[in-house]
Design a protein around this ligand. Structure first.
Ligand SMILES: *Cc1c(COP(=O)(O)O)cnc(C)c1O
Length: 392
């Protein structure tokens, strides 16, 4: 006989999903109502308003796509691009690579601005590419590269795009709620995020926001959007303001209860407080790990507080350490990707999971497992360093 699935309680400190706030799980368990029910429509309007707050934008076209972050990415490309368009993609990790894959599959030409993994996008390199390709239509980049723990300067990159008459597409999946996202101040044209990173919600939705300039681009397309499901002209019939809502697809009702609660939580804490909490916990984690002798890979000014790239000590098999952390302590951390595979761990401190209890737990669990492997670390000093960092 099949039985109910009851997962073990883990602590999620990898690249996402992050620990879901119990308030959000409770919200998701509330009774399902119709997706055209007036009560539900009221909740949708609140979600829009709170997403505008989170993205720091007045963009009318701000809504959650009914699918994970990758669908938000695809929504931006499929609506703004037409076959033959030239798109400059800044690539410094896994997710930039997916952007260029979107461009190619939509029949566009991807011009890649390549950066070493573990470093921020270089604005001068982007500017050179913009000069060399005056016919480019869009600039796309990842604000917070989860594959490497790097944050790029979105304000500068968006301004360069605008100065060269390009639209900008910004991946804010890991930044939203964790570090500052300010679409209007940046002048960004399209941004997408995800629910399972710093919003601490269950995976499966992708908040997006598009500027007036982006909306005009969509309205003046010469070819229809090649995806029926992601066509914003149609999605707007359901999410649009003031119009009679019409059926496009059945909204994931309970998932949206979860997003609503996650945004209420973010609103209660306040954006600035959330960012400074992420920074504080990052500093404490860093103090503990550095006291043990572990090192951070990304240059300090380019580090993401919500995703920490930590080097694996000499002679240690990183995969078995992660396996032991999961088996002995129910603690999940992430592996390195691409050229960083085997050499780094990715430790997430995202949203609800970014707290002093997790920092101390992670540092101590890692010390215990590394000690079992006789790794060359300093023992017995990490806890003190964490505590000192919180007092400072
Ligand atoms: C997680 C992530 C995505 C993809 O989101 P999914 O919800 O897994 O589809 C895209 N970009 C970045 C930077 C991410 O961290």
């Amino acid at each position: 006989m099949y039985q109910s699935f009851v997962p073990t309680l883990r602590t999620l400190m990898g690249p996402g999903p992050s620990d879901v706030n119990p308030r959000i799980l409770t919200a998701m368990a509330r009774p399902t109502i119709g997706h055209l029910d007036p009560e539900f429509i009221r909740m949708m309007d609140e979600i829009k308003g709170m997403l505008q707050y989170a993205f720091q934008t007045k963009n009318e076209l701000t809504l959650p796509v009914s699918a994970p972050g990758s669908a938000g990415m695809e929504t931006c490309f499929v609506n703004l691009m037409e076959p033959g368009d030239k798109v400059i993609v800044c690539q410094n990790g896994v997710f930039g690579g997916r952007m260029s894959e979107n461009v190619r599959r939509l029949g566009g030409e991807a011009v890649i601005v390549e950066q070493t993994w573990g470093r921020a996008i270089d604005p001068e390199q982007l500017e050179a590419a913009l000069r060399q390709h005056p016919d480019a239509k869009i600039v796309a980049f990842v604000h917070a590269e989860t594959s490497t723990g790097v944050q790029s300067d979105a304000q500068t990159l968006c301004a360069l795009a605008k100065a060269h008459d390009c639209l900008s597409i910004v991946d804010c999946v890991t930044s939203l709620g964790g570090t500052e996202v300010a679409l209007d101040a940046w002048g960004a044209d399209a941004a997408y995020s995800g629910t399972q990173k710093c919003l601490s919600c269950a995976p499966g939705l992708s908040p997006i926001s598009l500027s007036q300039r982006a909306v005009e681009t969509i309205k003046s397309r010469k070819t229809p959007v090649s995806s029926w499901f992601l066509d914003l002209n149609l999605v707007m019939g359901y999410w649009g303001e003031g119009q009679t809502r019409s059926y496009h697809h059945t909204a994931p009702v309970n998932a949206l209860y979860g997003l609503h609660e996650a945004l209420v939580v973010l609103h209660e804490e306040g954006l600035a407080s959330s960012w400074s909490r992420h920074a504080r916990n990052h500093n404490a984690l860093k103090a503990g790990l550095e006291a043990m002798g572990l090192t951070f890979v990304v240059p300090e000014a380019e580090r993401l507080p919500q995703l920490n790239l930590v080097s694996v000590p000499e002679g240690v098999d990183e995969a078995s350490v992660r396996k032991q952390l999961l088996q002995q302590y129910n603690l999940e951390i992430g592996a390195g990707l691409g050229s960083l595979a085997g050499r780094v761990w990715r430790i997430g401190l995202m949203g609800f999971a970014s707290n002093p209890k997790n920092v101390l737990f992670c540092v101590n669990a890692l010390e215990a497992v590394l000690s079992q492997y006789n790794a060359p670390i300093h023992r017995g000093v990490a806890t003190g360093a964490v505590q000192a960092a919180y007092k400072a």
